[in-house]
Design a protein around this ligand. Structure first.
Ligand code: TRP
Length: 448
């Protein structure tokens, strides 16, 4: 963020200030913080990645416009810069202002059966956007991707993870009437597969290698996969969602529907390929708008990323209240001083304190958060007290989630995963009568 919104905003430090000796690497398959000369992990440098990839930082002006257009206060993750960057988010606000619609698309690579709080954040945020704008949402589970990129995972195993994860995602609270969740292994066929082939014809190996760093020994599934993740942003990949009438899906307005993709910043390389080529499809689509989040800090502290394969790096959505307490007390990096006396005298550092960071993700009350921060710096609030606040909040968050999870039966799951017509308030605006008149002339597939 270019301007501070609250004092509790998650700090950004530039590379120069931090004294980098090893650069950070961020791509869809590996995320590593940089290191200083002594080999200590540094914080991720989000300003640097935004500059390098030429995204726009979310600033006060955008948030003000958001509030004006939607009538909603920006989510705390926008206010506090957890979602910090975007491409063309203003286009979404323009559409909404004009009474038009768009659709949301997000996804998850199901690499394990259980999700942690870091995984739920993009989904919580997407659900919030769905509520604010009242729009349909498609959620892609890239089981194909995980099997292709992890040597030890079979296709059968990832498909099962996808089903388990889908139940977790439903528990976030997506509105069934306007949410479609799918496993690539099960759904990608018909129109979506044809889109993927068409899109693959627009991309050279050089371009895909440029975006992802593949080489001649990369298996060819990995080289093709990006097209699948990209074409999920085309309305034409989901004919059943927009109409009961099988002929109507050829209506060019479906291709013209704008898409907004919330994601963690590491997914951006996919969607640069998409934005560069969406208009080249026989039925052209607009460049999708993107909104990017940072990574959630691991329990161990700055520079770390929560990992499903390290149970002590994260709070899992299946953790018991006792486990949450234990993890925060024993594994969360503290910005407190070595002794209580020193803490009282010198004060703690909330910027690196993981319990405080987690409070800043989940405590909605800005005033309360500011107070905790100020008291911690002053040394009047101890790190034990900060941990306690954090434990209480996370226990409540996970418990609410687990209650909803219990209600997600196999039948509920099947309904969310059934391609069916989405119901939302502006659905009629995608089939504009004046445009469908020009239907015939417009969408001839080019020969070459
Ligand atoms: N590749 C992503 C992952 O491994 C999953 C994904 C697919 C996704 N489509 C997306 C994530 C769109 C964000 C937005 O997690």
């Amino acid at each position: 963020m270019t301007e501070a919104t609250t004092t509790a905003e998650i700090p950004i430090r530039s590379a120069e200030e931090s004294g980098v000796s090893k650069e950070q690497t961020i791509d869809p398959w590996s995320v590593d913080a940089g290191q200083d000369a002594e080999g200590n992990s540094l914080e991720f440098d989000y300003v640097a990645i935004s500059k390098k990839w030429n995204t726009s930082l979310i600033d006060e002006a955008l948030l003000e416009r958001f509030e004006k257009v939607t009538g909603h206060k920006p989510h705390r993750w926008l206010r506090r810069g957890l979602f910090f960057s975007h491409r063309d988010f203003n286009r979404i606000l323009d559409l909404h202002e004009k009474g038009e619609t768009f659709f949301l698309y997000t996804g998850r690579g199901p690499s394990s059966g259980s999700m942690h709080i870091g995984h739920t954040i993009p989904f919580e945020f997407t659900k919030w956007l769905q509520d604010v704008f009242d729009v349909p949402c498609v959620i892609m589970l890239t089981d194909d991707e995980k099997a292709l990129f992890k040597e030890d995972l079979t296709f059968e195993a990832v498909l099962q993870f996808a089903m388990d994860n889908a139940k977790d995602i439903i528990s976030v609270g997506f509105d069934q009437k306007k949410t479609f969740i799918y496993s690539d292994l099960k759904y990608v066929a018909g129109h979506m597969l044809m889109n993927a082939w068409e899109f693959s014809k627009l991309l050279t190996f050089n371009q895909v290698r440029g975006a992802f760093g593949f080489n001649e020994s990369t298996n060819c599934g990995r080289i093709f996969f990006p097209t699948v993740q990209c074409v999920a942003a085309f309305g034409t990949s989901y004919p059943a969602l927009w109409s009961d009438n099988p002929g109507e899906e050829r209506n060019p307005d479906v291709a013209a529907m704008q898409c907004l993709i919330p994601m963690a910043i590491d997914q951006d390389p996919y969607f640069r390929l998409l934005r560069d080529n969406a208009h080249r499809m026989a039925r052209p689509s607009p460049k999708p708008a993107l909104i990017h989040s940072r990574f959630l800090t691991a329990l161990q502290g700055v520079g770390g990323k929560m990992s499903a394969s390290n149970p002590n790096s994260a709070i899992f959505m299946s953790d018991t209240p006792g486990q949450i307490k234990k993890k925060i007390n024993n594994h969360a990096f503290s910005g407190g001083r070595e002794t209580l006396e020193m803490h009282r005298e010198l004060g703690g550092n909330p910027d690196v304190d993981v319990p405080f960071q987690y409070l800043s993700y989940f405590e909605d009350d800005d005033e309360k958060l500011k107070k905790l921060e100020a008291e911690y710096r002053a040394g009047t609030l101890t790190s034990g007290e900060m941990k306690k606040e954090c434990v209480t909040l996370l226990q409540a968050y996970v418990e609410g989630y687990q209650t909803r999870r219990k209600a997600v039966t196999d039948d509920v799951l099947a309904e969310y995963m059934r391609p069916r017509k989405m119901e939302w308030s502006r659905s009629d605006t995608i089939f504009k009568p004046e445009k469908s008149k020009g239907k015939k002339g417009k969408k001839v597939r080019s020969k070459s």
